[in-house]
Design a protein around this ligand. Structure first.
Ligand code: MG
Length: 386
């Protein structure tokens, strides 16, 4: 267990917020910092990690090299952190903790977004499966190599709890204390609940923006989405004749604001009704961070729209099919001959070779995976070694 920092940086927080002074601690005991709270340290460790820098070159929806203006996992994570912090401050929750969770939540993502995750999970079907959310936890718990005394980033229980959004019962049982809530049906901290919904607010809105920018979505299609329609009408009334990017940006920012304000108000009411006196009360209560029923339904309709028109768009499906092929090919080649792997991923005696291959592939950026595929499969006179 760690001790409280010398100065109380969290005196303003609500009684049910997570507090550094009462953290359940780190797996490896470390002396407290004199200048930063425990959750500030977690956030800083995430930002300095290798996996965090890789997020810049990993797909959100669009493959990284398709355009400079689309979201990547990195800009997505920054937007999640921004939204989560705004809400946390309003609810007097721990901003440093929501920021640490938000910035770390996608660290385990494979290249090529969900298509990559599905492909790798398919490859690992008979070897324990692959789940990006659990992989994010593994990155911070095991895979980062930055400290002399331990593997991983040695983050606090609360940050790790927030990273692990969902978990199968089998995996939960293997995770000890961290997995217990999935077996017992308990809730994580409000900060963890909040980071989860901030993720949703971020991607629903930026995927509309990116979808329009790419031309895969049209403004006419979006008219069927009630949340878009009413905010677009507000923008037209406030700025007659407005159109193009400026109209889109005005509409998206209003939608984000509506979602944030609704989440703050609804969650505030939920907290008042449940009246938690501590984080322990929060864990024992039902989910407290939520949208109102009306906004929840509007957000669900928006999500259904994106699924139908963007995530299943034929050009996105082509990208997904290519991603599937690249990952399946790489996995197959490495399984067939582990000598093709960089030495640190070649399993020693008794080690789990499929899992090491999954770690190697999951850590790849989009372009690294494409290059690795070319290095292994392309035959050409101009191919050089390495
Ligand atoms: Mg995310």
């Amino acid at each position: 267990m760690t001790t409280a920092p010398a100065t109380d940086l969290e005196a303003h927080l609500a009684p049910y917020a997570a507090r550094s002074a009462r953290t359940r601690g780190r797996v490896h005991a470390e002396p407290a910092s004199s200048s930063r709270s425990e959750f500030q340290r977690d956030r800083d460790r995430v930002i300095h990690s290798t996996a965090f820098r890789r997020l810049e070159y990993k797909t959100q929806v669009f493959v990284n090299h398709e355009g400079d203006l689309f979201r990547t996992r990195l800009t997505h994570s920054l937007e999640v952190a921004q939204i989560a912090r705004s809400i946390a401050r309003n609810l007097r929750l721990n901003e440093d903790l929501v920021e640490a969770i938000s910035l770390a939540h996608d660290l385990g993502h494979t290249p090529f977004g969900h298509a990559g995750q599905d492909a790798l999970n398919g490859c690992m079907k008979n070897h324990g499966g692959f789940e990006h959310n659990l992989q994010s936890l593994l990155v911070v718990d095991e895979l980062e190599e930055r400290y002399g005394g331990f593997n991983g980033l040695n983050l606090t229980f609360e940050t790790r709890e927030g990273i692990l959004k969902h978990c199968s019962r089998v995996n939960a049982a293997a995770l000890g204390e961290l997995g217990r809530r999935f077996l017992e049906g308990a809730q994580p901290s409000l900060e963890a609940q909040l980071a989860n919904l901030a993720d949703e607010i971020a991607y629903n809105n930026h995927d509309i923006d990116d979808g329009l920018r790419s031309g895969l979505l049209t403004l006419e299609q979006l008219d069927e989405v009630p949340m878009w329609g009413r905010h677009r009408a507000e923008v037209a009334a406030a700025f007659p004749g407005i159109n193009g990017r400026r109209a889109i940006n005005e509409t998206v920012r209003r939608m984000i604001n509506t979602l944030i304000v609704d989440l703050i108000e609804t969650t505030g009411r939920n907290i008042a009704a449940a009246n938690p006196k501590s984080i322990a009360d929060v864990r024992a209560a039902g989910p407290l961070v939520s949208f109102s029923p009306k906004i929840h339904e509007e957000a669900a309709a928006l999500k259904r729209f994106l699924f139908r028109h963007l995530y299943r768009h034929y050009l996105v499906m082509r990208m997904s099919a290519k991603a599937q092929r690249i990952i399946t090919d790489l996995f197959g080649a490495f399984m067939q001959d582990s000598r093709l792997l960089p030495p640190q991923y070649q399993a020693g005696h008794g080690a789990d070779q499929p899992r090491l291959i999954a770690h190697y592939i999951a850590g790849m950026t989009d372009r690294y995976a494409i290059r690795e595929h070319r290095r292994i499969f392309a035959v050409s006179e101009s191919n050089s070694i390495g």
